[in-house]
Design a protein around this ligand. Structure first.
Ligand SMILES: Nc1ncnc2c1ncn2[C@@H]1O[C@H](COP(=O)(O)OP(=O)(O)OP(=O)(O)O)[C@@H](O)[C@H]1O
Length: 686
């Protein structure tokens, strides 16, 4: 298949692609040919092996539309084998996965291997021993072009990469794509940051935070596969539509074992059926609640007034009340979970009994200690002094019983705050209680106070700016022994408790040592649109610098006043039609309250539409998006209905303007703003 005689460089690259594809096919066939009939062991272990093999076969699939390699590095000097997946030499093809030939020599190197890193980082200023960097252009699965940078040639100057520009301009039909071929140096720094440290990324809309977070998981899984396979990884997003939008990125990078969840799903100990006022949700999300819960969990601990008398055979052993008190006080002072301390208590009392037995001339062994720990008298002391705590029942009581709350919140919440935290009416039982989302987080905290939450190896939390301190704590306890990647934009915080500073957020997460990186180069929103949206920044996040954009697209922004409110819907539908005449996806974003009206109008106009998170296809390219769900999503064209209504849909002006900022920054190619009411003053006059 290889045609070594070809002098056409493009043909030579195509030959390498064809040979790599054949090698990948051979790798897959090797796995498929594995004969499992001889596998000894249990049925279960055979089944596990079979599953692993199936996964491996799936991972070796040659995806018709994704190029097997997208870059090539020619080094000045030969590279050692340990940096290059067993390969050596000066030339390496960089792709989504490792491919080797029949002799085991690599034909394509995984983008995450150390030898691939200069593909993303090398510059003319710092060529990292790279002589030439080549980027490949594809149409479908066909290699159609390449672009070279001779990094070590002082005569050559920087030009903007046309292939990179084309990649960014590609219409956005379908779910989010990976960006392995075009990760930028400042993004790569975050992607490859050390697994032991937590990284926090502040970035304006479209700077690639989500993309970077997902690629970081893929990188960490490559670099620390065994450790993370054992401990697990998790990606947390704001809602299901968002998770659906991003869910295919990691599988496309060959990583199928990463869990994805919302914070709400993580803390699903109770069925949420109530809602809080902004005030009570903010209070329940306040970190002070952690102290209230800590006291609540320990509120049942009491000190004994009677001795514990254990009868064994003809003898009675007596642990006096003061000694029991010492044991309990010692357990209270230790940093162990309530449940673990409760389990330790009978053993401690039994130990005290054993000491007395020894003094009494007996020689008890461990079995005796266990038996004493199970003795009814010991159990009775434990039940009385260190009663078991059911976290759900405990929080139910805390939110229903003003006196109990007052006792636990003394000096922490004032009276007015306590009233705001209580449910409006006490709930009869935990089963029927009007649990809210914030309550579920309290139950999670209480659960962790009783029994330590299992920590994962790495957690990525996206759109973090919307989390409350108590939610940060919930995320933090899922990575106490691991690390986190925290992604967000303070300007896009739309919850009443939105993050004001990353330092504070990291403190609640339990990762104060993390450093904050900033991404400012925008890949989604065209310059004209981001400049317009950034006019809101002084009002919504005064400290933040506006993002730049890698793309200029003159004419990408239109702002159209409509004289009569009654004509607005019609004008919006017409704008959607115009957008749909172009290639790619269209999102119609509107205040949540205006959705029914617009849905009806679209249906009447014969325009089918999807809900956010539904996958856009070539046939269904229009999505009707409530402003409250627009965060994190993007469309080629956005029609934005009545900005004033988006602002008015929020409890206060700053949150309203932030919601509007989110809506204004979803477009890749064009944004059409239509309004009948006056625009917010910052946006008046284009
Ligand atoms: N290096 C890159 N090369 C090509 N495309 C990129 C690159 N970085 C980001 N993008 C694209 O830019 C778009 C925005 O990225 P992403 O959604 O990750 O941004 P974000 O910072 O999370 O935005 P938001 O704050 O709005 O949630 C996506 O389509 C992403 O694929």
């Amino acid at each position: 298949m290889q045609s070594p005689t070809s002098t056409d460089p493009l043909q030579r690259e195509r030959d390498h692609l064809a040979a790599s594809r054949a090698a990948l096919r051979a790798m897959r066939e090797d796995v498929e040919a594995l004969d499992l009939s001889d596998v000894t062991g249990t049925w279960v272990s055979a089944q596990v092996l079979r599953n692993q093999i199936e996964q491996r076969i799936a991972a070796l699939a040659d995806l018709a539309h994704t190029p097997l390699f997208f870059g090539r590095l020619d080094y000045l000097h030969a590279i050692s084998e340990e940096l290059a997946e067993g390969g050596s030499g000066e030339r390496f093809y960089i792709g989504r996965r490792h491919v080797h030939d029949a002799d085991g020599d690599p034909m394509v190197i995984d983008w995450r291997a150390p030898v691939s890193q200069p593909f993303y980082r090398a510059s003319r200023k710092d060529p990292l021993d790279v002589e030439k960097r080549r980027r490949f252009g594809y149409t479908g699965g066909e290699l159609t072009a390449y672009e070279d940078e001779n990094l070590s040639d002082p005569a050559e100057t920087d030009t903007r990469s046309a292939l990179l520009a084309a990649e960014i301009e590609k219409p956005r039909v379908g779910p989010m794509r990976d960006i392995v071929a075009t990760i930028q140096p400042e993004q790569d720094e975050i992607v490859r940051a050390d697994v032991t440290g937590t990284v926090c990324v502040q970035g304006a809309p479209g700077t690639g935070k989500t993309a970077v977070g997902l690629h970081r998981v893929a990188y960490l899984l490559y670099a620390h596969r065994e450790r993370l396979a054992r401990t697990g990884t998790l990606v947390i997003g704001p809602n299901r539509s968002f998770l659906q939008y991003i869910e295919q990125v990691l599988p496309a990078l060959g990583e199928v074992d990463v869990a994805q969840s919302t914070v709400q799903e993580l803390v699903g100990h109770v069925e949420v059926r109530g809602t809080d006022s902004a005030r009570s949700a903010t209070l329940k999300g306040d970190a002070r609640m952690a102290e209230v819960l800590r006291r609540a969990v320990r509120s049942g601990i009491s000190l004994p007034t009677e001795p514990c008398v254990v009868v064994r055979g003809s003898r009675r052993w007596r642990v006096p009340a003061y000694e029991l008190t010492e044991i309990i006080e010692e357990l209270k002072s230790r940093e162990i979970r309530y449940g673990a301390a409760g389990e330790a208590l009978p053993q401690r009392i039994a130990h005290a009994v054993l000491v007395k037995m020894e003094h009494g001339g007996e020689a008890p062994d461990d079995r005796v200690q266990d038996a004493v720990a199970r003795n009814a008298a010991v159990k009775a002391v434990v039940k009385e002094c260190w009663p078991p705590v059911d976290p759900v029942k405990l929080v139910h009581r805390l939110l229903s019983d003003p006196e109990f709350l007052a006792a636990c919140a003394e000096g922490v919440l004032d009276e007015e705050e306590q009233r705001a935290v209580l449910w409006p009416r006490p709930a009869r039982s935990p089963r029927t209680a009007p649990w809210t989302e914030a309550d579920a987080v309290l139950v999670d905290e209480a659960t962790d106070l009783v029994q330590r939450t299992v920590s994962l190896g790495h957690v990525v939390v996206d759109e973090a700016q919307d989390l409350s301190p108590m939610q940060y704590r919930a995320v933090g306890r899922r990575c106490t022994t691991g690390s986190a990647t925290v992604l967000g934009d303070l300007a896009q915080g739309t919850t009443p408790w939105a993050t004001a500073s990353w330092d504070e957020a990291l403190h609640h997460l339990g990762k104060s040592a993390a450093h904050v990186e900033e991404l400012t180069q925008g890949f989604r929103v065209p310059e004209e649109v981001i400049v317009y949206a950034s006019r809101l920044l002084p009002a919504i996040a005064p400290g933040l610098a506006p993002a730049s954009s890698v793309r200029e697209a003159p004419g990408s922004l239109t702002v159209t006043p409509v004289a009569e409110g009654s004509e607005l819907v019609e004008a919006v539908v017409a704008a959607c039609r115009r957008a749909l005449d172009r290639e790619g996806s269209t999102g119609l974003i509107a205040a949540d309250a205006r959705l029914p009206l617009l849905a009806e109008a679209l249906t009447a106009a014969g325009l089918p539409f999807l809900a956010p998170g539904d996958e856009t296809t070539a046939q269904a390219r229009l999505t009707l998006v409530p402003a409250s769900l627009a965060k994190g999503l993007e469309y080629d064209y956005v029609v934005l209905d009545e900005p004033a209504a988006v602002v008015a849909g929020e409890p206060d002006e700053r949150t309203g303007l932030r919601r509007l900022y989110v809506a204004l920054t979803r477009a890749v190619s064009g944004l059409a703003v239509l309004h009948a009411e006056p625009l917010p003053e910052q946006l008046a006059g284009v």
